[in-house]
Design a protein around this ligand. Structure first.
Ligand code: GLU
Length: 456
């Protein structure tokens, strides 16, 4: 395949949610896999609802996911090109003015339905004479403009759904321009895909019907060579089966990030869920790009299960190498000669990355030891080997303690964990002990719990 050019085209009317991120990632990783380009296009022709702050927030969210576009542009800056395309369609007789109000159209649709007919626009406006149009305009009516479809079957080979077709005779001629001369999404998208040479349009299956219309627009504006490939992925729905919306903030990328979800896990979840592949942790976006295969995307809805994502995020941390987190650790003052061994010791116990702060305190800082059996701990303290300590120290020390006290298993190990870490459970003590060091260990083993030793 020659290097593809793809685009992600959100309208900046809210923060993006995980469903939008899925579309963005499919495009971005498709480009990455085939050494192509990824364009971020803001579909902001709806000036009422589009906001610059949302556009900026979307860029931030994408960057957090590791998505850095090769090019970013806004449709609001390209209106003259849309006007030119409109002129071309008008000159070719493919664009016609319509004067029906929304209420009139609604009445007509109801009448068609009552007669058992499909609610398709009847092209009444095409039959208007010049005088009739002039009279309507004199009444103060402003036209909206419809694209005259060829009543033919449009076919394409969908990257996800395979051979697809839509009979355009079953569709209403789509409105391209509103009464106030603003554009609906359909035409600007095609004009931009032509101009920026989109090779593939990968988007949600809610756009399947638009595809037939847009293929006719590509043909009318630039000929059949301009028609890109199309791939329509299944949509992500909430656990209860509802569609996701930009207004439901809880599933926004920002909210998931703030709850501690790893961006790499979110990406893996987005790409693998709702496909025939298993949802598993990946080591990098490149590895995920390799795993991406749009033909594996299911025709059924993809379900978003927050627990599954949280579990994947934890498993992603559990296998992350130190190099991948070095900078993030040092932002929490976790650095120096112990940092790498610390990461390798604790990563398997993390639910979210920030748990490291707590474990670093166990290694380096003040903790409240839990002392249940002071005499035993005193024996343990007395047997602490001399430094230097290494991964074998724990085994040597507990062997000696076992020989001295006759204890084994949980009664041997658990009081040591409670005293040394102040926690019921956690990483392997063999790995933690050398990090805690002799000085800290001695102090914690000799700590007196308030209940057993009231103190001076
Ligand atoms: N702005 C459209 C959307 O968010 C873009 C669809 C497309 O990719 O063509 O649904």
């Amino acid at each position: 395949m020659s290097p593809p050019i793809v685009r992600f085209a959100p309208s900046p009317t809210g923060r993006i949610h995980i469903g939008n991120a899925r579309t963005a990632l499919m495009n971005f990783l498709f480009a990455r896999k085939h050494h192509g380009q990824f364009i971020l296009r803001f579909d902001d022709t709806d000036v009422e609802r589009s906001k610059e702050e949302y556009a900026q927030a979307i860029e931030v969210d994408l960057a957090w996911l590791g998505i850095h576009p090769d090019l970013i542009f806004r449709q609001s800056q390209r209106v003259p090109f849309y006007h030119a395309a409109t002129e071309k369609l008008r000159a070719a007789g493919r664009l016609y003015p319509c004067y029906e109000t929304a209420e009139e159209l609604d009445r007509r649709r109801k009448r068609q339905q009552a007669r058992g007919q499909p609610p398709i626009y009847d092209r009444a406006a095409l039959a208007l004479t010049a005088e009739e149009r002039a009279r309507l305009e004199a009444e103060g009516r402003r036209p909206h403009w419809r694209f005259k479809l060829d009543h033919q079957i449009v076919r394409w080979n969908d990257l996800v759904r395979g051979e697809s077709h839509i009979d355009c005779a079953s569709l209403s001629d789509p409105i391209l321009l509103r009464e106030d001369s603003t554009y609906l999404y359909t035409l600007p998208s095609v004009v931009d895909d032509i101009e920026f040479k989109s090779s593939h349009v990968i988007r949600g299956e809610d756009h399947v019907t638009n595809t037939a219309v847009q293929i006719q627009l590509f043909e009318a504006l630039a000929g059949p060579e301009a028609i890109p490939g199309f791939g329509h992925h299944n949509l992500l729905v909430s656990a209860s089966g509802e569609g996701l919306s930009k207004r439901s903030g809880a599933l926004s990328i920002a909210a998931l990030r703030d709850s501690g979800i790893e961006s790499l896990a979110l990406a893996a979840f987005a790409i693998l869920t709702g496909t025939s592949d298993s949802v598993h942790p990946v080591a990098s976006l490149d590895a995920l790009a390799e795993a991406l295969d749009l033909s594996h995307v299911s025709r059924n809805q993809a379900r978003f299960d927050p627990d599954e994502l949280a579990g994947l995020s934890a498993r992603t941390l559990h296998q992350m190498p130190y190099e991948a987190v070095r900078d993030r650790l040092s932002m929490h003052d976790i650095s120096g000669y112990k940092a790498e061994a610390f990461w390798l010791a604790v990563r398997g116990n993390l639910s979210v990355f920030l748990d490291v702060v707590d474990w670093w305190r166990v290694v380096e800082g003040e903790i409240v030891s839990i002392v249940e059996d002071p005499e035993f701990l005193e024996q343990a303290r007395a047997l602490l080997p001399q430094e230097p300590w290494d991964a074998g120290t724990w085994a040597r020390w507990t062997e000696a303690l076992k020989a001295r006290t006759g204890r084994k298993g949980k009664v041997l190990f658990h009081p040591l964990r409670l005293a040394l870490t102040g926690r019921e459970a956690g990483p392997e003590l063999a790995a933690l002990l050398p990090l805690i060091g002799r000085l800290n260990s001695e102090a914690r083993l000799s700590a007196r719990s308030a209940s057993s030793h009231p103190g001076p």
